[in-house]
Design a protein around this ligand. Structure first.
Ligand code: BGP
Length: 480
């Protein structure tokens, strides 16, 4: 299909997160962070959700995030490859634990900042616009073990110091920022974005809402700092979005779908974009056994939320979801935190995530209609088991098909009138999976020779999708 409606300046690129690719977990003065104690393997989520999980490194587990893809030592090569594909932007995150190793220091670790100075300069050298997630699933461990993580208001100050440090340092170099990765994912897995698990209070829902409130305030402070430093900065929220369908026309399922959307897709963005808690907050909390009076908030904090909403809506989109509260024993689907009932109209990835490009067009329309602000698809992609040939070449036509269909959906949404800023497919270079901690779940245009135990040559090889995406960017989406 050819299409040529992508606006001039559309931000084509790719996305990663520090903890999933940098490795070098004890170099450059970096402190331990949450992913450093998350073991690899299919049971990763189960292990960290267990009431006995103690946030300690154990000799009998493998810790893939310690090594990542050793991007810390390969970043020049990796960015050169992104430049070769023609990336206009590169979304990455700054590891909090490199800048404030324990999270609560007064002064930043200069060596950590130097690494990002070089990374950012390397991007700029290649005319690649950096797009930075300030906090992407990577809390300094000390903030969890010592302070109980985001349910503690002290984290607002620690985050503010971290955000101020990097926003100030890069105020003239970096225009696009996001405050928290997939902030709403805590509805299902509070450990990733809030550092809360069963062993430190995730079972009590009020801790999750308190953590969100604290994060909303922290996010508003980052927006304030950023805009005061440089009014041209664009600072967005970042939510996990799964277009959510009702199983059928039964009004009970329709209502449940509406409520599911409020709880899982919209709640956080409603606060961060509109600057106030939505009218349904009380009933949403009540459905989870939480009272407004359980939450510690001040008028000053609410004023801050109102004054400093985000500039755009960044979101990840991998799949859609189906809600059914009227039938028992429905077959369920796996998913990016949220699965839902299996949708008979959709195919699934190797990991059971249901592939739905039309759902992306719907997502873009829904977010744009609701918020009337630009939207940015900052994650999308297909996790697959790639099989390289003897020359390490991966003919990943399945990935090309997935991406092509999703780019077509974006193009259609642009025709629908949606203001889409850009597209940064996830894991543009193979990296460690967030949910399984494995290398074998690959998303990249670039193959990294490394196995689930972190063994390999770490050499980079271009996949078939590399040349395909290069062509897409060079034609500004006209040739898919
Ligand atoms: C999102 C996260 C990413 C990333 C992606 C793919 O939820 O923001 O960090 O990992 O999902 O998920 P996974 O790695 O589990 O396949």
């Amino acid at each position: 299909m050819t299409t040529n409606n992508f606006p001039k300046g559309f931000l084509w690129g790719g996305a990663t997160a520090a903890n999933q690719l940098e490795g070098a977990y004890q170099e450059g003065g970096k402190g331990l962070s949450l992913p450093d104690v998350m073991p690899g393997g299919k049971d990763r989520m189960k292990i960290i959700a267990s009431p006995d999980f103690d946030f300690k490194i154990k000799p009998d587990y493998v810790y893939p995030n310690h090594i990542g893809i050793d991007h810390y030592h390969h970043y020049k090569e990796d960015i050169a490859l992104f430049a070769e594909m023609g990336f206009k932007c590169y979304r990455f995150s700054i590891a909090w634990s490199r800048i404030f190793p324990n999270g609560d220091e007064e002064t930043p670790n200069e060596e950590g900042l130097k690494f990002y100075d070089s990374l950012i300069d390397e991007c700029l050298k290649h005319d690649i616009e950096p797009v930075i997630t300030i906090s992407h699933y990577e809390l300094p461990l000390h903030l969890i073990t010592e302070y109980g993580s985001w349910k503690n208001k002290k984290l607002i100050d620690f985050y503010e110091r971290f955000a101020r440090t990097v926003l100030t340092r890069y105020q003239d170099k970096v225009k696009y920022w996001m405050t928290f990765n997939e902030i709403n994912s805590a509805a299902h897995f509070p450990i990733m974005s809030q550092g809360l698990t069963t062993s430190n209070g995730a079972d009590d829902k009020k801790n999750i809402y308190q953590s969100w409130h604290n994060q909303f305030v922290a996010s508003a402070k980052a927006v304030k700092i950023g805009h005061e430093l440089n009014p041209d900065m664009k600072i967005g929220c970042m939510i996990l979005y799964a277009t959510t369908y009702s199983y059928d026309s039964n009004p009970k399922n329709q209502l449940a779908t509406l409520q599911d959307n409020q709880a899982n897709n919209f709640f956080c963005a409603d606060v961060q974009v509109r600057g106030h808690y939505p009218a349904y907050t009380k009933s949403l909390l009540a459905r989870q056994g939480v009272q407004l009076s359980d939450i510690d908030y001040t008028d000053g904090e609410l004023a801050l939320l109102a004054q400093y909403p985000v500039d755009y809506i960044g979101f990840s989109y991998y799949m859609s979801s189906v809600v059914d509260v009227t039938h028992e024993n429905q077959e369920t689907a796996d998913g990016n935190m949220i699965g839902g009932v299996k949708n008979p109209f959709l195919k699934s990835s190797d990991w059971g995530w249901q592939i739905d490009p039309t759902g992306l067009r719907i997502a873009l329309n829904q977010l744009s209609d609701r918020y009337q602000k630009p939207v940015f698809v900052v994650e999308n992609g297909l996790g697959a088991v790639d099989k390289p040939d003897e020359n390490h070449y991966v003919a990943d036509d399945y990935r090309i098909d997935y991406l092509r269909e999703h780019i077509e959906a974006i193009s259609q949404a642009i025709d629908d009138g949606v203001d889409v800023m850009g597209y940064t497919p996830w894991g543009c270079i193979d990296l460690v999976s967030a949910s399984t901690g494995e290398m074998s779940k690959r998303y990249g245009f670039i193959y990294v020779d490394e196995d689930d135990e972190g063994h390999g040559t770490f050499k980079r090889y271009k996949k078939k999708s590399f040349d395909w995406y290069k062509k897409v960017i060079s034609t500004n989406g006209a040739d898919l």
